[in-house]
Design a protein around this ligand. Structure first.
Ligand code: PMT
Length: 408
């Protein structure tokens, strides 16, 4: 299968999902343009779309039977909807109606198109088309923000005359512009091959909160962005991914099983509950200490100073590396403010890891909270410096390295 990073659509499997709007007729031309660009195209239609254009028209243009229902026994006997979701290298929804956006943002799977979108690990592009007031409505904009946050590409809509005689933003982008948008996304989209297919990856992410009393806790500034990006990346490479997440406010990456925890003890339990696994990636900033006994009631201020009695938490990463349930690779992160390489190498050896990723924290444009990071990975007899950049890109490069180290 060709890689998504190729600069054209040649040989790519594009699943075009057509929503129920008057602009559905333009999707016919889109099929032609996609095929001209070298893509293999299959089409799925919502019930609404079939009021505007017939499945037969799409079948004639795509060269494949058009899928219209989850309950089509003949279609399910040949290429079932899950197979179709897997077949796709990219899903394009055009036109994407307000209703379809709302369903996708909320994870509905009540028809063929929404089910395909939920079942796929392929990147999704949407080309919205609707009345301009529906487009500008806060509900639609909130749904779009949710979808964008999950990495969905939004192409258009254009501003101009609308079918109902009004004018404003809501026109479906022209088919050639949609294809141009897909080509641009192709150049920037990371690999979605199956290099990790058949492997189970457990990723920890985010901070842990250690409760002092019912209102206060000891925590840290981890946002979870790095770990979530790694989980998403591993999933795109075909792995089954369990993401054990501390308290963060991030959407769950598509196709990833998420387990939310609060404390280091809960994270420890959840990580081991997710085993057996093939790869463990410890990106969480786990508290090293926790109160010996959290107070049952709010601690009142009395003296000038307050001493906390803290005890060590379990070192999840070291315990994972020490166990022998068939793990192929154990990857740690090291968050350091100084002597980054020295401390990271020390942890690689002390915790008996296969790989450690060092990043500097306490800096403005990297480490905690930022969307950016700068990292160096170390293993027993090697190291790799990653060019500073977005955590999403660095996560992909780290997963590339993990794939390499699996074969080493
Ligand atoms: O979440 P972000 O805002 O995106 O920030 C990302 C990050 C900076 C948190 C991340 O890239 C990172 O460096 N995570 C590890 C942070 C950390 O706790 O580092 P450490 O050097 O204290 O721990 C070393 C390793 O041991 C880590 O893999 C950690 O998960 C693990 N550990 C630590 C303590 C403990 N009790 N159990 C552990 O498993």
């Amino acid at each position: 299968m060709a890689k998504e990073s190729e600069s054209h659509l040649k040989g790519r499997h594009v699943l075009l999902c057509v929503g129920g709007g008057i602009a559905a007729y333009k999707a016919l031309e889109l099929v032609r343009r996609l095929r001209d660009a070298g893509a293999e195209v299959q089409v799925a239609m919502t019930a609404g779309a079939q009021h505007f254009v017939t499945p037969l028209s799409f079948q004639a243009l795509s060269g494949s039977p058009t899928r219209t229902s989850l309950w089509d026994s003949a279609a399910e006997a040949s290429m079932g909807h899950i197979e179709l979701a897997r077949w796709a290298d990219r899903i394009v929804i055009a036109p994407a109606t307000a209703d379809l956006l709302a369903k996708l943002a909320n994870g509905f799977a009540d028809d063929l198109v929404t089910t395909l979108c939920l079942a796929t690990t392929a990147p999704i592009s949407i080309a919205p088309a609707m009345n301009h007031r529906m487009w500008l409505h806060p509900a639609t904009q909130a749904n779009l923000a949710t979808l964008r946050g999950r990495g969905v590409q939004v192409i258009g809509p254009e501003d101009g005359p609308l079918a109902e005689g009004e004018s404003g933003p809501g026109r479906l982008s022209e088919p050639e512009d949609i294809v141009a948008g897909l080509l641009a996304a192709n150049a920037a989209t990371p690999a979605t091959d199956n290099a990790l297919k058949g492997l189970k990856v457990v990723v920890s992410a985010g901070p842990t909160y250690e409760d002092l009393d019912p209102v206060r806790y000891l925590g840290n500034r981890s946002s979870g962005k790095m770990g979530f990006a790694v989980a998403a990346s591993a999933r795109r490479r075909g792995a089954e991914v369990v993401l054990v997440a501390g308290p963060v406010h991030l959407p769950t990456p598509a196709g990833v099983k998420r387990v939310d925890v609060r404390s280091a003890a809960q994270m420890h339990e959840a990580v081991f509950a997710a085993f057996p696994a093939d790869i463990y990636i410890g990106a969480a900033a786990v508290a090293d200490y926790t109160p010996r006994a959290p107070a049952a009631n709010k601690i009142k201020k009395s003296n000038e100073s307050l001493a906390l009695d803290l005890v060590r938490t379990p070192d999840i990463l070291a315990e994972v590396a020490a166990q022998t349930q068939g793990l192929k690779l154990v990857v740690g992160f090291a968050a350091e403010t100084e002597n980054v390489a020295g401390y990271a190498r020390g942890k690689l050896v002390a915790k008996r890891l296969d790989l450690i990723v060092a990043n500097r924290v306490g800096v403005a444009d990297g480490g905690f909270e930022s969307d950016q990071n700068a990292m160096t990975a170390f293993w027993q007899d090697g190291e790799r410096v990653f060019a500073p950049g977005p955590k999403t890109r660095l996560a992909d490069e780290l997963v590339d390295l993990i794939v390499e180290r699996l074969d080493a």
